[in-house]
Design a protein. Structure first.
Length: 255
């Protein structure tokens, strides 16, 4: 059984003391495809180090995270563009809008999002979207740029059924993670109305650990717990969920 974690921050400081052991633990549980998003230029070196340690299992994205869009965002975007020219990546991400922590740079976030969508189209890559407290702003930009040359994953999807359909119509698959296992997660109430063809699995480790690990450090091996929840929602064997969602991830990332 092959499981795919479509979004995991393996280079996070949360794994500083046991990073390789944690990654190997995931691989040993069948989570053999691990996709790592970029945050900003300061983390680029760490991304490559993780990939070099596990070249057959770890695949990298390149992008500027919306919470890291500050006064110097144009310089950060120049770094993203330079890296996309020099190295192979599976996606441009994670990119998008985040108005939960701070609205100071909302216009810069919008500009960075649009510029990175343009980079994704230029390099014929999918995008990996971060959206927090910004569904309206995110969809406004997605609708503006939608087309056959735009596709990707709506990472950590926690929206409504209607928003799920809108994301799918914009060419996105839904990244489903630990929130689906929470009693108040809500998405489990309508997810079975969504064709499994539009679903991929993710942990967002070290964040948002699924039940029964909620509140603790998340890690990629816990994708199995998420797969079990999705199997229950769709009334399918875990092995079938693993196969279908892995195939879905291949349609996006091509890896």
């Amino acid at each position: 059984m092959i499981l795919t974690d479509t979004h995991t921050h393996l280079n996070s400081e949360a794994f500083a003391e046991d990073r390789n052991l944690m990654i190997q633990r995931a691989i040993d549980k069948g989570v053999s495809r691990l996709f790592v998003p970029s945050v900003d230029s300061e983390t680029t070196k760490d991304l490559f180090e993780v990939q070099q340690a596990f070249p057959n299992n770890v695949f990298l994205m390149m992008g500027l995270h919306p919470t890291h869009v500050k006064e110097n965002y144009l310089a950060e975007l120049a770094h993203v563009e330079e890296q996309l020219e020099k190295h192979q990546f599976c996606a441009v991400g994670e990119i998008g809008m985040d108005l939960y922590w701070d609205k100071t740079y909302i216009n810069e976030q919008k500009n960075a999002f649009e510029k990175q969508i343009a980079l994704a189209k230029k390099h014929q890559l999918p995008i990996n979207i971060h959206c927090r407290d910004a569904f309206n702003e995110t969809f406004e930009i997605l609708e503006k740029h939608r087309g056959e040359d735009l596709h990707g994953i709506f990472h950590c999807f926690t929206g409504t059924y209607e928003q799920a359909l809108q994301a799918i119509n914009c060419g996105m698959k839904l990244g489903i993670g630990g929130v689906s296992t929470f009693k108040n997660g809500k998405i489990d109430q309508f997810l079975n109305k969504i064709d499994i063809a539009h679903i991929v699995l993710e942990t967002d480790a070290p964040y948002l650990a699924p039940t029964p690990f909620r509140g603790k450090r998340n890690e990629s091996s816990y994708i199995y717990n998420i797969a079990e929840k999705i199997a229950d929602i769709y009334q399918l064997p875990v092995e079938k969920i693993a196969a279908l969602t892995t195939q879905n991830s291949k349609e996006v990332y091509g890896m």
